[in-house]
Design a protein around this ligand. Structure first.
Ligand SMILES: [Zn+2]
Length: 312
């Protein structure tokens, strides 16, 4: 499993041969270099079929429900290969292709695209997705057999209950296979009918070993989702957009919960939302650093936790 995306095959410094790096890349590399890391692992980056991505960008441009009405200028609008090249230049050793359906009948097609993307992008962790619909168990199994190493689910965009009966066999299969599922289930930047910790608690009660990675630290329900990670040993959180100036204005992380954040240091994974971010990538890293939780915490979050989870 996973041989289509073998990170050991990636040269240590693939950007080196392509000429001078950007000033931002130098800054990102200084960040992980100072920590003595071999690079970063970013579990939350978006790659999807071009016309789907253009649509997503259109939503951000229109200040739609995805953004909660906020102005959201996308920083990295390059072509696909160039975007992957930027991550390499930053020294991101492994990243994902987070993609998700907003309606039935779409997930299998997205999974086919993502398998092809993983084949042509060896530093991408082969990603897949799912939706509550007849046949979901079969295509999730197919994706796992094809080498998928991480799944993405988006409760707000999909507008479904993650505890939906139709998903039960798929969650069971993923729990058994130990495959992480990055799930956007917090109520930020805009709530949905099924967002928030309640429905996820229902899923975990049935599948306590499911490796859920709560996207955006569960923003804005940070403490409730930290509570789920404290209760369930396989629940993790990704940092995507959390602690940045942008997110702190929208949904500030409660300073009183910092000790819990420190204690959960083995369960927090770097995520960025690249390329759909309204600020430079390096700001996410500085936002983590200024929490003041120390270098050991940063090493775990920015690289080691994900490297262990994915066997990199
Ligand atoms: Zn995202």
């Amino acid at each position: 499993m996973g041989d289509m995306c073998d990170h050991r095959a990636v040269p240590a410094d693939p950007a080196g041969a392509e000429g001078p790096r950007s000033a931002e890349a130098d800054e990102v590399r200084r960040f992980w270099g100072r920590l003595g890391l071999p690079g970063l692992v970013d579990v939350h980056t978006h790659f999807m079929p071009e016309r789907v991505l253009r649509k997503v960008w259109g939503y951000f441009d229109a200040l739609g429900t995805l953004t909660g009405g906020l102005e959201w200028p996308i920083t990295y609008r390059q072509e696909e290969a160039e975007r992957a090249g930027i991550l390499r230049e930053f020294g991101v050793r492994a990243f994902t292709a987070m993609l998700y359906p907003h309606k039935p009948g779409m997930a299998r097609w997205l999974n086919g695209w993502a398998a092809g993307f993983a084949r042509r992008t060896p530093d991408c962790l082969h990603t897949a997705t799912l939706f509550p619909e007849p046949g979901v168990e079969a295509y999730v199994r197919e994706a796992v057999e094809a080498g998928a190493r991480v799944f993405k689910a988006h409760v707000q965009v999909g507008a479904y209950d993650p505890a939906d009966e139709l998903l039960r066999p798929a969650w069971g299969l993923l729990a058994e296979a130990g495959i992480p599922v990055v799930i956007h289930c917090g109520s930020g930047p805009a709530p949905g009918e099924h967002t928030g910790p309640g429905p996820i608690a229902g899923v975990l009660a049935r599948h306590p070993r499911l490796r859920l990675v709560v996207a955006h630290m569960g923003m804005p329900e940070y403490e409730e989702f930290l509570g789920l990670a404290e209760r369930y040993g396989q629940v993790r959180l990704d940092t995507t957009m959390a602690f940045t100036d942008f997110a702190e204005k929208l949904a500030p992380f409660p300073p009183g919960a910092l000790p819990r954040l420190a204690d959960a240091g083995d369960r927090i994974l770097l995520g960025s939302d690249f390329p759909n971010i309204p600020y430079p990538y390096v700001h996410q890293l500085h936002a983590l650093e200024r929490l003041g939780l120390g270098e050991e915490w940063l090493r775990a979050v920015c690289h080691d936790n994900a490297a262990e989870l994915f066997g990199l």
